[in-house]
Design a binder for this molecule. Structure first.
Ligand code: PHE
Length: 435
């Protein structure tokens, strides 16, 4: 018998755990800073609603309908040829996790350093030292070891239990820090940057493509993570309700992360630093923005900074962990199905391979940047494009179990047939031209 999540809330928290992660805080805040604040935010919301949620429903439906991991699920509904899309999902997950866990390693290290009170005096040079080479490798391997242990323990005992414990902690911490941020003098200029819309910026195509990629990354779409979790969902659960809950929680945390980060950096006069250094030309500046600016903010804040910093990096590490296990699960479920491996063997071997590939981004931040642009943006968009074409045009029966009212269902099917593939192909084309 195939395992299932034991309860509805267990599945919901695991799927939210997958969605909420470094993407909501690290990636969302540096992209928002880079692409002009509110302009980026508005596009990101629109793309989440009109592109993200339709694809999310499709993934949930295909996964639960087939009751199999991505490669077998695509084969189930579409035959041998479409199983290649499942292969793309697995490869994408493999690549994403290999660099995601490097960033998660930095995060955990910062959490530890804040806790023991050794946040550095010069955050920029500290980040440069720990983000590449042996220190990064060690924390990357440690993080992968924890993820492997959880996934090896199974859906209920590993993934569900971890999410049940960690997600509520994360929510409380994020809410608490966002509230604290609002009490700082100067928070208003942070909010203004974050929430004041500059239409001209919103009309730039690169802002649009970054927002589309971010909507996919943040909702864990386009690589079969949600599909795989849904394959462990009981048949009587409502897919539509889950899709809404996942999307609202994911957006909620990203939005709160902005409410937390922007007041902090503006109140402490660090805004020129973050907005000035963020830029595609300089990987350390953009990828490291959060890791350089925030510790500086925490340092200046004295003893409250100690607590806020520790809690912030702790929450971020928990979010990274619940996302990482969902990516690993894509590989593990696939290996169990295709190679008939036991869960433990699949978790261990995939974990070792992913850790080895991760040595490259752990040693060179430029490689990490390239992997994020390719796997974390382009491949997700291509995967989402192919899935929406598949579901909309090729295999309508794969979405039989979506419980929308007839009218909403018609709108949804139209969305994944026409606008979603068009938008995603434009985004993919533009991203390829810009590589
Ligand atoms: N959604 C996760 C985050 O925001 C990352 C992720 C991407 C997880 C793709 C699974 C699949 O951090």
């Amino acid at each position: 018998m195939r395992e299932t999540f034991s309860s509805s809330s267990g599945f919901a928290l695991a799927a939210i755990g997958s969605a909420v992660g470094l993407g909501n805080m690290w990636r969302f805040s540096y992209l928002t800073a880079e692409y002009g604040g509110a302009a980026f935010l508005v596009l990101y919301i629109a793309l989440t609603v009109f592109v993200g949620i339709p694809v999310l429903l499709a993934e949930l439906s295909v996964g639960r309908g087939a009751g199999k991991g991505p490669i077998d699920a695509m084969k189930h509904f579409g035959g041998k040829r479409w199983s290649l899309l499942g292969v793309l999902f697995v490869v994408t997950g493999f690549l994403i996790l290999s660099y995601y866990s490097v960033i998660a390693g930095w995060t955990a290290r910062y959490g530890w350093e804040s806790l023991v009170g050794s946040l550095p005096d010069n955050p920029a040079s500290h980040f440069e030292q720990i983000s590449q080479g042996i220190p990064a490798v060690i924390w990357h391997l440690g993080f992968m070891a924890i993820a492997v242990t959880i996934v090896a323990s199974g859906i209920r005992k590993g993934i569900e239990r971890t999410s049940l414990i960690m997600m509520p902690i994360l929510f409380i911490v994020v809410l608490g820090i966002a509230f604290y941020g609002s009490t700082l003098d100067g928070a208003a200029s942070g909010y203004r940057y974050y929430l004041d819309l500059n239409w001209k910026a919103a009309l730039r195509i690169e802002v649009f493509t970054a927002a589309a990629g971010q909507a996919f990354f943040s909702l864990s779409l386009g690589m079969g993570a949600i599909l795989t979790y849904a394959s462990y969902l009981k048949k009587e659960e409502s897919i539509t309700r889950h899709a809404l809950v996942i999307a609202v929680a994911d957006f909620g945390v990203a939005f709160l992360a902005g409410l937390m980060v922007f007041p902090l950096i503006f109140a402490l006069g660090l805004s020129t630093q973050i907005i000035g250094t963020v830029g595609t030309e300089n990987d350390v500046g953009s990828i490291g923005a959060l890791f350089i600016t925030l510790p500086e903010a925490f340092k200046t804040m004295g003893s409250s900074g100690y607590w806020i910093g520790t809690l912030f990096f702790l929450a971020l590490s928990l979010g990274a962990l619940t996302s990482a296990i969902s990516i690993l699960e894509v590989n593990v479920t696939s290996a169990m199905e295709l190679l008939s491996w036991s869960r433990k063997k699949a978790a261990l071997l995939s974990g070792v391979l992913i850790s080895l590939v991760g040595l490259a981004p752990a040693c060179r931040i430029e490689i990490l940047g390239i992997m994020d642009a390719l796997a974390g943006n382009l491949f997700l968009v291509v995967g989402g494009f192919a899935l929406s074409v598949f579901v909309g045009w090729k295999s309508i029966e794969s979405i039989r179990n979506v419980d929308l009212s007839p009218r909403l269902r018609m709108i949804w099917i139209w969305l994944i047939r026409v606008p979603v593939p068009i938008v995603l192909s434009v985004v993919a084309f533009y991203s390829v031209m810009n590589l």
